[in-house]
Structure formats: C-alpha cells, structure tokens
Design a protein around this ligand. Sequence first.
Ligand SMILES: O=C(O)[C@H](O)[C@@H](O)[C@H](O)[C@H](O)COP(=O)(O)O
Length: 261
Amino acid sequence: MASSILAKTERKKIVFPTKKELSEAMAEYTAKLSAKFCKKRGYFTVVLSGGDLISWLSELLKPKYQESIEWSKWHIFWVDERVVPLDHKDSNYKLALDGFLYKVPIPIANINAIDQDCAALGDAKCAAQLYEECLKRLVNRNIIRTYKSSGFPQFDLQILGMGLDGHMASLFPEHYQIKDKANLVTYITDSPKPPSKRITFTLPVINCASYNLMAVCDEAPADAVAEVFNDNFNYPAARLTADEEAIWFLDQAAASKLSSQ
Ligand SMILES: O=C(O)[C@H](O)[C@@H](O)[C@H](O)[C@H](O)COP(=O)(O)O
C-alpha cells in the first residue's frame, strides 16, 4: 500500500558557517512551523530522534521562544527509540527530556514515549507494536493527521540526524527494515549502532511528514553527506523526502565534501 502513497519533494539544503548558526536556524524553523500548525489546527506534532540534535534544539529554551511558542499544543513522538529503560542513559526519551522537554511547558500526557514495560524488559517487538497502536489511537483522535486518504500518519515536523553509514532513524544500510512498507513502526535487534534493540518508524511514515528537517554537523559525516547528495540510495538518508519540504541543515564541515555548496 505504502509505495503508492509515498510523498515526494526535492531535497533542499542550507549550509551554515557554524553549528551555532545552524542551531539558531533550527529553532527558528521549528518556531515558525509551530505557529503555522497551532493556528491552523490547534496542535503541533513534532517527531524527534536521538543524537546530537537534541542539544542543538536547546536554542528553543531562549526567552523569545519560551514566551511565544504555544507549548501546550505540542505533541512529541520519537522517530526511533532505543529499547532500554526510560531512565537509562541511552534512552532517546531521557535525552530529550533532560536536554529540553522538561524545561518547557509541554503537558506530560503529550509526550509519547515507548511503552515503559516493554522498554524495561528490552522487548523491541512489543515496543514497536504498542507504539504503532499509540500512533493509530492519536490518528483516531485527530491529533495526528493522515497523509491524503491513505490512513498513514502525517506528522507536522520531524527532526532527524544521520549516522556515518548514512542511517536515519534506526533504518540502517543493508538491513531489511528499510524495505518495510507494511508497518508504521518496526524494530531491530541487531542494530550496528549500539544499543542493539531499537524501534523505528518505517520509511513510508517518515516520508509522509509535512516537513522533514535533517541536521548534520562536523567533518565525520561529510563523506556520507556527499553520497546522499549524489543520490546513493544505499544510504538510507538519501531516501528522505516529505510532503511539503525535506530540508538538510548542514554546517560547513559536514558540507565540505559536496561538489557544489
Ligand atoms: O537513536 C539514534 O541513534 C538515532 O536516532 C540516530 O538515527 C541518530 O539520529 C543518528 O545516528 C545521528 O546521531 P548523532 O547525532 O549522535 O551522530
């Protein structure tokens, strides 16, 4: 069902001189979309991943955003999560909570973590199934929109990072999860990036989002960035599209291997 409903947009990019400017732009981008969606539908659905970008998002803690953003209308999700107890240092939920979410007035009921029992037991399959059910419940309550008439969840903004091997979310090269078009959420128990057990949105769900912002900094991922911009689809991140806009925010170092900047 999913391949026919995949959203398609051109891949865009903006290169920033430094990480600081990139994180300021990321906060501004997020705040503008928050205003747009809160006005339009009274909700803003935001999907986070793990990694460095959470620290870049702390720009949103600045007073101008603290005061202007309608935090009570935000609903938070994770594009991927490590299946570890929610208070474990490897948990993406804990990372975002400590780094940013605790410090803004988003109602706790709007923060959609994976099931804590599955997480504590390290049961990735169960965690993926329950997270998919959670998405479906929120679709039924009209908090998450659906992409056209497909029934696929459509998030307002998804903020992603990319690994050195070109993975995004927990969709890794040469792992079957990248081909899953039947489920909304799937799982992996042999992730090349530790920890090994994770859940992840599938590619159709990722690409149905209205706005996908991929943020990559530093020299280490520069080769992978160049592969993506050469359309090397063995790199999962090269498959990122969106309904409205799929945009890459790069710092100068991450963009250093691109043929044109
Ligand atoms: O939980 C995770 O590991 C991720 O969601 C993963 O997809 C991450 O976003 C990239 O690996 C980039 O991570 P860094 O920013 O740490 O390089």
